[in-house]
Design a protein around this ligand. Sequence first.
Ligand SMILES: Nc1ncnc2c1ncn2[C@@H]1O[C@H](COP(=O)(O)OP(=O)(O)OP(=O)(O)O)[C@@H](O)[C@H]1O
Ligand SMILES: [Mg+2]
Length: 332
Amino acid sequence: MEGAGPEILRANSLYHIYESNAEEGNVVALRGLSVSILEGEAVAVVGPSGSGKSTLLKCLGGLMKPSAGSVELAGTRMTRLTGPELVKLRQETVSFIFQDSNLLPHLNALDNVAQPLIHQGVLARPARRRAKELLDRLGMGDRSFGMPEELSGGEQQRVAISRALITNPKLILADEPTGALDPITSREVLDLFDNLHKESDVAFLLVTHNREVASFCERSLELREGRFIAQHGGDVDIGDLSDSRELIVDDSGTVTLPPDVLLQLGGPGRFDVPELKRDILHLERVEEDKVSVGASGKMELSPSCPACFHQYGDSDEQLCPDCGSSRPMVQA
Ligand SMILES: Nc1ncnc2c1ncn2[C@@H]1O[C@H](COP(=O)(O)OP(=O)(O)OP(=O)(O)O)[C@@H](O)[C@H]1O
Ligand SMILES: [Mg+2]
């Protein structure tokens, strides 16, 4: 079903800081980020490694309390709930799927799937019956009694998806759900999501590096350094985000320029605003103050990845195809 209903999730001005005594000090993982997801909508979150995708998902799903900001799930302000109320709301509304399936190693497939219902107080027998129906539907019926370690990666992920579905969630939060799978299994899992998306009114928020995952979503949000900087339509090409990018100015007035836009602007610096109208912001560089690292002051996209040393060659990709890190600008 296409998303058109009321909001299932709304987050306002989320901040998250990981406190640390280490030399590098605290890490600000989310820097004032807002998002709204409608019932039945499928939304992808794309962005480089370390941009805050997993942190965001955990805050949205109530697994972690953000340092500041509010999250409303199905109309209830989660950040105000007490422990038991939060657990109840979470159990009834949202399911998580992680990159590795996170199955309980001492339970077989059937009991792993039944477990969330049993947690909600459903008796074992009806819970197992429902679990078996889901495993059958996902082509795993004959592996019901397999232990996690005896299942392949794709089978484990199908068990994890069955487990995520058994509570009839309104929202599925998935963190790189196909990240650990080979292309064929990954395709199967995606077809499953696609069917679910068409047949039910469950909403998805999916973190992904995978083009095909992003393409089944209605829109993709681009996260960079803890802020959404742009939104893309369903036809997003993760290899070249500049094609479909609509920049986002957030509610604190911040706009973060993607490297390609910054490059076209001639790099960082100070700018005059000779013209300012609704929807039009004209920037004019204050030339003499060009921020230059060295003699030339000209910036270009780095030829190699600072994290994994991938060589970009002639490509103008902005995310490393090997490790997902963002490609910095360097002095020409
Ligand atoms: N438990 C933690 N303690 C301290 N810092 C953390 C912790 N978890 C994450 N971070 C930091 O917060 C930032 C965001 O991390 P996060 O895991 O949300 O990124 P991500 O976008 O999911 O990255 P990836 O694509 O590699 O999974 C990073 O700088 C990371 O080092
Ligand atoms: Mg992550």
